[in-house]
Write a protein that binds this ligand. Sequence first.
Ligand SMILES: NC(=O)c1ccc[n+]([C@@H]2O[C@H](COP(=O)([O-])OP(=O)(O)OC[C@H]3O[C@@H](n4cnc5c(N)ncnc54)[C@H](OP(=O)(O)O)[C@@H]3O)[C@@H](O)[C@H]2O)c1
Length: 243
Amino acid sequence: MDSLTGKNAVIFGGSSNIGLAIAHRFANEGANVTIVARNEDKLKAAVASIGHGATYAQVDAADDDQVAKFFEPFERVDLLATCAGSFVFGAIDELPVSEWEELFAPRFFGQMRACHYAVPKMPAGSVIMLCSGIAARAGIVEYAGGAGLCGAVNSMGKAMAMELAPREIRVNVLSPGLIIDRPAHEDLKLDDPVNSLRREFVERIPMGRPGFPEDMAEAAMFLAKCDYATGMVLDVDGGWTTI
Ligand SMILES: NC(=O)c1ccc[n+]([C@@H]2O[C@H](COP(=O)([O-])OP(=O)(O)OC[C@H]3O[C@@H](n4cnc5c(N)ncnc54)[C@H](OP(=O)(O)O)[C@@H]3O)[C@@H](O)[C@H]2O)c1
């Protein structure tokens, strides 16, 4: 894809952190950006910050009817990034399996669902970016379900890349390490459970720092523009998975 000017870009999870940074970047490059998430206040604030005529839709990626209705009016989708989801941690013998199932609802089936409804609208030259996480290979304690999820998304991306290559639709997976925004980065020293876990993660990162959402947006731009990139899992992790 030479230029993003005039391309229709849909970004699930576009109201926060990774998805929001991708939305900013694609809009700055001339794409018509639509962001998708559940909380309307956050969506409104996000489109105001993105500018460039960005629009939003309040959709739960885990709800099939909502996702189907969302895609109906689109004549064309050129870029689809699926970054909607959240985290849960818990010991294998303590956290109820239903909690892991709830994680899969938006983060695995939500991504699959977005592709299911978007692909019929995607012309040759279009690009899909799924989002997984390095937990697929990094071995993170009390994250068994999340690790399985990330591996499943990586595999789904490769299978879809094979399937859609004849239609000239490229499919790749963004695999983030620890990505936090600048205010959260400033707060890293705070003494609370979230930040002590983040500090443990940072100790495992060769570059010695978390990534910023802009780092993910840069990777997303590469995947958008590189016409020979398909079936990739792109680790953006400061070298974490080299260890
Ligand atoms: N940041 C990291 O270090 C990291 C590392 C590995 C993997 N990941 C994964 O990468 C993705 C993006 O991460 P992030 O840090 O940008 O997360 P985030 O800041 O928590 O943002 C998640 C986005 O997804 C939306 N969302 C959540 N559940 C949704 C649903 N059911 N339907 C529609 N939208 C939904 C949220 O908005 P609403 O809540 O308003 O819906 C928000 O816009 C997530 O799946 C995350 O698990 C992140």
